[in-house]
Design a binder for this molecule. Structure first.
Ligand code: FAD
Length: 385
């Protein structure tokens, strides 16, 4: 059997797992090359801990160079063009031909899509933004603090709520909560709508218990940083003193230009095997549009799905190359921890491919789930690096 060239685009959650799992399975005659413009793998799930000062930024990232020791060739380059017809990827350092391609390029943050967003909102969806927000919170001691979800879809449907719970905790611990009017505005009809009404109601109750004012069905159109005012689609105007925003998400330009996206703006893939319309070309994680069995709702963008999709894809590429084994299907199961402070977290888990609708359960906040998240973070860095 001749050696194959397998290219993995992106060293985030999906790319890291697929490259590792392929290396574990395939003989050394097969090359595994992982390309990322970033020199570090960044573990986004821990951003909320950086926000609270419970982690230093250096603790939530690892150098992708370390993968070279495992015989995964890491290339630090920007991907400029994907040419599926010619099985070629052009980057800022060189061109790469491939036999198999796995795209895990995530979602770009499009701050410019909401006029005024970049000038007015703190953004904890990138690490520099988290650090700035962490420092700015120290200087904010009274007034209206709004968490604004700008548009759908966004990564980790629980993250804005988790941030709101933790900011509630932050101000309670400092005896200042009564001076902070904490509110959430979102275009969603309920928290985490894909998880169904039971989970949504449980989250709403958790918000209510903490005095976090919840405003669903509010779609922002612009923000005036001078007046400190948000304008919504239906004409409402809301003033703020401190704004934390979840920016609009877009698929990376390079996948759009390759003609891989559909009307959703993301790469459509087979729900179970993550195949694209091209042979030997897979896409996983946030960059994909995975339609749920009802044909309408989409699988949320979350690291847990990127992780399990990566395992299925690595298994199937190995099965195809070695000509042995059966096809492994990604089953739509996933879970997430929702930190609330007091060393506690809630835990949501379920099957998003269940029919007729996703079957998702939410567990009461407890210490066990907080410790579960800590152990998972430790395991992640130990296992994949
Ligand atoms: C605050 C926050 C909290 C979260 N919490 C959780 C959680 O608790 N649980 C959970 O499951 N998920 C969580 N997520 C979501 C999770 O981080 C993402 O869903 C996951 O990282 C997606 O993996 P991915 O491989 O698709 O993309 P990413 O991890 O984003 O990786 C994409 C990679 O592609 C690279 N890239 C992009 N374009 C190019 C290019 N042109 N050239 C070269 N490289 C490129 C990027 O540098 C990046 O390294 C959270 C996200 C945030 C922001």
């Amino acid at each position: 059997m001749s050696g194959k060239n397998i290219l993995v685009l992106g060293g985030g959650a999906g790319g890291l797992v697929v490259a590792n799992e392929l290396r574990k399975r395939l003989g050394k005659e097969h090359k595994i090359i992982l390309i990322d413009k970033n020199t570090k793998h960044i573990f986004n799930s821990s951003f909320v801990w950086v926000l609270m000062g419970w982690r230093e930024p250096s603790q939530v990232q690892k150098s992708l160079e370390k993968l070279n020791k495992k015989k995964i060739e890491y290339v630090n380059a920007e991907i400029l063009q994907i040419d599926p017809a010619n099985r070629l990827v052009k980057t800022s350092v060189q061109d790469f031909a491939y036999d198999y391609l796995v795209i895990s390029l995530g979602a770009d943050l499009a701050l410019e899509a909401v006029p005024g967003f970049a000038q007015s909102a703190h953004n904890f969806y990138d690490l520099n933004g988290v650090i700035k927000l962490r420092d700015a919170l120290k200087g904010f001691s009274s007034g209206k603090l709004i968490v604004l979800i700008s548009s759908l879809p966004f990564k980790c449907p629980a993250a804005p709520y988790e941030a709101a719970f933790l900011m509630d905790y932050y101000y309670r611990e400092r005896g200042m909560r009564d001076k902070i009017d904490l509110r959430i505005y979102t275009p969603e009809p309920q928290p985490m709508p894909v998880a169904g009404p039971t989970v949504g109601n449980a989250m709403k109750q958790m918000l209510e218990m903490r005095g976090i004012n919840y405003n669903p069905n509010f779609k922002v159109t612009s923000i005036d940083s001078e007046k400190r005012e948000i304008t919504f689609e239906k004409g409402e105007k809301v003033k703020y003193d401190f704004l934390v925003g979840i920016p609009p998400h877009r698929s990376p330009k390079v996948v759009k230009e390759a003609g891989l996206t559909d009307e959703s703006g993301w790469i459509p893939v087979s729900r179970e095997t993550l195949n694209t319309k091209y042979d030997e070309l897979y896409a996983i994680g946030d960059v994909t549009a995975v339609r749920l069995p009802d044909g309408k709702k989409m699988l949320p963008k979350a690291g847990v799905f990127a992780h399990y999709q990566a395992e299925a894809v690595a298994h199937n590429i190995d099965a195809e190359i070695s000509g042995s084994g059966t096809l492994r299907k990604f089953d739509g199961k996933g879970s997430c921890f929702i930190e609330i402070g007091y060393s506690k977290a809630a835990y949501g888990s379920g099957n998003f491919y269940a029919e007729p609708a996703p079957a998702v359960k939410m567990r009461e906040p407890g210490r066990i789930w907080h410790w579960g998240k800590i152990l998972f973070e430790k395991w992640w860095f130990w296992h994949w690096f």
